[in-house]
Design a protein. Structure first.
Length: 200
């Protein structure tokens, strides 16, 4: 039986919110996490929250050069593409067998961070803007999503359930020095940096 408190799919691309939801859907998912009974149901809500972050976050990102990075399933599964703002110069950057979504340009326009599904695990990957092979920054069990660059380009913040509930982490742009920033039993998601890159 489907829980009426959870969102459901109306079709291929649309997520239907339950009638009782208003405002930020992630707040409702976080509330369900706390109300969840067993560990399996809590983990399901965590994955729903990460999925909702991917769905509700911008699917396109405009880089400093004016190019747009976006995810599309036009070739069979979600991959990362770039194009000019007028739609010309379309170029596919990723060719993985699984999902590549949620691209975000680095502040200098030289790299793109994105969500990559590798062997069924959602990770944060980074590649050069020309599509050179991606590096998996968060290669460990747990779902990692919603990457966002610090304004100085040195770190990437992301949400992860690697410690059993949804937390905000920060990691160096080369994949070193992962830090759990929130460390609390509540669900934390959708990180955003301060202009000085000193706060998330």
């Amino acid at each position: 039986m489907i829980d009426s408190r959870l969102p459901s799919w109306t079709g291929r691309d649309r997520l239907r919110r339950p009638p009782s939801w208003s405002g930020n859907p992630l707040q409702h998912l976080a509330g369900l996490y706390h109300a969840g009974g067993n560990k399996a149901s809590k983990r399901s809500v965590i994955f729903l929250a990460l999925g909702a972050m991917l769905i509700l976050s911008a699917c396109a990102s405009r880089g400093p050069s004016g190019k747009i990075a976006f995810s599309s399933d036009r070739d069979g599964n979600p991959e990362i593409y770039i194009m000019n703002t007028d739609g010309s110069g379309l170029e596919r950057l990723t060719y993985g067998p699984q999902y590549d979504t949620n691209p975000v340009w680095s502040p200098d326009g030289q790299h793109i961070a994105f969500n990559c599904e590798i062997q069924g695990n959602l990770d944060v990957c980074v590649m050069h803007a020309d599509g050179s092979p991606a590096i998996n920054l968060t290669d460990r069990p747990g779902a990692d999503g919603s990457p966002t660059w610090s304004p100085d380009g040195s770190r990437i913040a992301f949400a992860s359930d690697r410690d059993g509930n949804l937390e905000i982490y920060s990691i160096a742009a080369d994949g070193t020095d992962p830090v759990n920033l929130t460390k609390n039993p509540a669900s934390d998601a959708t990180p955003s940096w301060s202009p000085a890159s000193d706060l998330v």
